[in-house]
Write a protein that binds this ligand. Structure first.
Ligand code: SF4
Length: 318
């Protein structure tokens, strides 16, 4: 059976989307261009989001002290050995806020990446308060020639949560950034964390109705993980009762409901997060890898005979 997105997988997945878009496998090469974050240096806030330790997310070949071109060259070499089938690459700027610099600096960095003939586009992770009209116009001009996506960390639709985790922006900022980006024809992504303190399952599922109305291309979902050397880890040690971390079984049940409610036009890039166990305060799910979690979720979708958007409604019930 073929679903709405044109294949038999029960959700609109990233690898099939890429194959359809580029006609072949495309691999991401992660780059750390040495950007910083306004929520750490005092321009928006101090100390960063309470769960954030960027070291936990960066691959080992990423080193901001190396020039961008060298990181790309080494990243492509690394992936060529592992995934021989990939001939095209997207430069993935993941660490910190990758639009938090002047327009001249952004041009200098991104044009280095696009010089490589194998690099067909840019995936740029950023905060919704780190863009401007002139930066968006620049990305819009690039997106006429390359695959460009701006991925925004939304994390939650609830301002009370955003305040509690010290995000330093509101949900209104996120919605405005996403809509402005999409209006200029640039692809948009959103990142959401499930299990943030103070949010019930009902709150999180309602969030999916709201998320489904935005002009998004891709979405990434993560379960909350408590990482060493973060303010959240300190809070967790002192007040574990404030946290209600998903068990693997609970998460699988929950994410099935998320998938069922999600707009079927959205491409799901990630259903669960993975952090190397050495960074984690509480390793609740053991050594399981995110692709294994994904397999469990797919198996459950099949058992329940359900799929992305089965319960999607464009109407919001208040
Ligand atoms: S999660 Fe992103 S925005 Fe928050 S402190 Fe870390 S780098 Fe900054």
């Amino acid at each position: 059976m073929e679903y709405y997105w044109g294949h038999s997988r029960r959700y609109n997945d990233y690898s099939n989307y890429f194959k359809k878009h580029f006609g072949e496998r495309v691999q991401k090469v992660t780059i750390d261009a040495g950007f910083t974050c306004p929520n750490r240096n005092g321009s928006v806030g101090w100390g960063g989001c309470s769960y954030c330790n960027n070291d936990a997310f960066n691959p080992s070949y990423c080193n901001p002290e190396k020039p961008v071109q060298q990181q790309i060259r080494e990243g492509i070499e690394f992936h060529k050995k592992r995934y021989r089938r990939a001939n095209k690459y997207l430069a993935y700027f993941q660490a910190y806020s990758n639009t938090y610099a002047s327009l001249e600096e952004l041009k200098r960095i991104y044009e280095q990446a696009l010089q490589f003939p194998e690099v067909v586009g840019l995936v740029i992770g950023t905060r919704p308060d780190c863009i401007s009209d002139e930066k968006l116009e620049y990305f819009a001009s690039l997106s006429r020639k390359y695959y460009i996506i701006l991925e925004y960390g939304i994390e939650s639709f609830y301002n009370r949560t955003l305040e509690r985790i010290n995000r330093g922006h509101t949900i209104e900022d996120s919605i405005s950034a996403i809509e402005k980006t999409a209006q200029l024809g640039i692809k948009t992504g959103a990142h959401i964390i499930f299990g943030l303190p103070g949010e019930s399952k009902e709150d999180m599922l309602y969030e999916i109705d709201l998320l489904s109305r935005l002009s998004l291309t891709t979405v990434k979902f993560h379960q909350l993980q408590i990482i060493h050397n973060t303010p959240m880890a300190e809070e967790f040690k002192l007040h574990p009762e404030r946290f209600n971390l998903f068990t693997l079984e609970e998460y699988v049940d929950f994410i099935i409901q998320v998938i069922e409610k999600l707009n079927p036009d959205f491409v799901i890039e990630r259903l669960a997060g993975e952090v190397p166990p050495r960074f984690m305060v509480k390793t609740g799910w053991g050594m399981i890898r995110s692709f294994e979690v994904q397999d469990i979720i797919e198996k459950r979708l099949k058992e329940k005979d359900t799929w992305q958007g089965k319960n999607y409604t464009s109407q919001i019930i208040e």
